[in-house]
Design a protein around this ligand. Structure first.
Ligand SMILES: [Zn+2]
Length: 345
């Protein structure tokens, strides 16, 4: 039998080598490209302005174009120094195609920071699809995803270790349905985990999981991201976990009820931990993942944000205060992500 491995941008490693892992982050990303679905930033001068103390609040609240671009390898290496100083070991860069995925940049960041970095594969939601996705067949898309995992991205030899984040809207666009089914086929072929970014509707996660089941994917190989901006009750969280997938609370650090991308009441870190306590009480401890989904400049300490060490420095003490013991914290932050990311090499 093949030994399970975790596939990083610097090669395959033993799953026990990962340590504290944040399974949904972005070290390099360009979210600024599609203008179609973004609400225009009313203040045109602000949209591309450098971030200052004076404009920081407005930039973070409205996500200006400048805020949505993480291109700087040096900044990422600095940010990860804070992550390792607080005990971090591994970052999953869930940047899929259409979001500016950069295998060489990620490999350099990993080499210089000493952090294991796992790179994504597949496509983000429709507004970010490259122009040719509409014309390509499901089989062609599957072959590309499989090649990214097996042989590497764009001739770099740098391989993806995760299929995702696969972006969905609600209702699902036909091209997103095709991409999701292609990703399912690639999951079955490679064994790599499938990470889904659901549409911003409470119906989207279970609808996506029905497609995943139709395509024959083992639900224990699926990570449902962003659960806390998508469903808003413990019962709905449990319904997602009851399918057998991972439920990922990945917006830790977003402490405001305001969410720029949808008219919802965003929970804060305390509420996220309360949902996690409920899932543990209902027997779902082995399916919980936590992360910060850092994807804006204003999330970085360089720009006055919380940085990648926020969970380690501030959320783990909160979890302890709410009765989650150290063994359970290790399950959620070390063992669950290691199991999710492992596949036969
Ligand atoms: Zn996402």
């Amino acid at each position: 039998m093949t030994q399970p491995i975790v596939r990083t941008v610097l090669g395959d490693v033993d799953p026990s080598a990962l340590g504290h892992t944040q399974p949904h982050e972005h070290l390099l990303i360009d979210l600024s490209r599609p203008k179609t679905t973004r609400r225009p930033v009313a203040d045109r001068a602000l949209d591309n302005a450098p971030i200052t103390l004076e404009n920081h609040y407005r930039v973070r609240r409205h996500h200006t174009s400048e805020d949505l671009r993480l291109f700087d390898v040096d900044v990422a290496v600095d940010e990860l120094a804070r992550y390792t100083a607080s005990g971090g070991g591994t970052i999953v860069d869930a940047t899929s195609i259409g979001l500016g995925r950069d295998p060489r940049g990620l490999a350099e960041i990993s080499r210089r920071s000493g952090v294991h970095v796992v790179m994504g594969a597949g496509f983000y939601f429709r507004d970010y699809h490259p122009a040719d996705v509409a014309a390509r067949t499901r089989e062609e898309l599957t072959a590309e995803i499989v090649a990214d995992v097996r042989t590497g991205v764009d001739g770099t030899g740098i391989k993806s270790g995760l299929i995702g984040e696969i972006g969905l809207s609600h209702p699902l666009h036909p091209d997103e349905d095709k991409v999701l089914r292609a990703a399912c086929a690639a999951q079955r072929e490679t064994g790599a985990a499938l990470m889904i970014h659901p549409g911003r509707d409470p119906l989207s996660p279970l609808a996506a999981l029905r497609i995943v089941a139709e395509e024959g994917v083992d639900p224990s190989r699926v990570i449902m991201s962003h659960v806390e901006r998508t469903v808003f009750s413990a019962a709905e969280m449990r319904a997602i976990a009851e399918t057998g997938c991972y439920a990922e609370f990945d917006l830790f650090g977003q402490e405001s009820s305001y969410y720029a991308l949808a008219p919802i009441d965003m929970p804060n870190d305390a509420t996220r931990v309360d949902y996690i306590v409920d899932l543990i009480a209902h027997g779902h401890a082995e399916q919980i993942l936590i992360s910060q989904d850092i994807c804006h400049k204003t999330n970085m300490t360089r720009y006055g944000g919380e940085g990648f060490a926020h969970i380690l420095d501030h959320v783990l003490p909160l979890m302890r205060r709410k009765g989650i013991d150290d063994a359970m914290i290790a399950a959620i932050t070390v063992h669950n992500p290691a199991r999710a990311l492992a596949f036969p090499g």
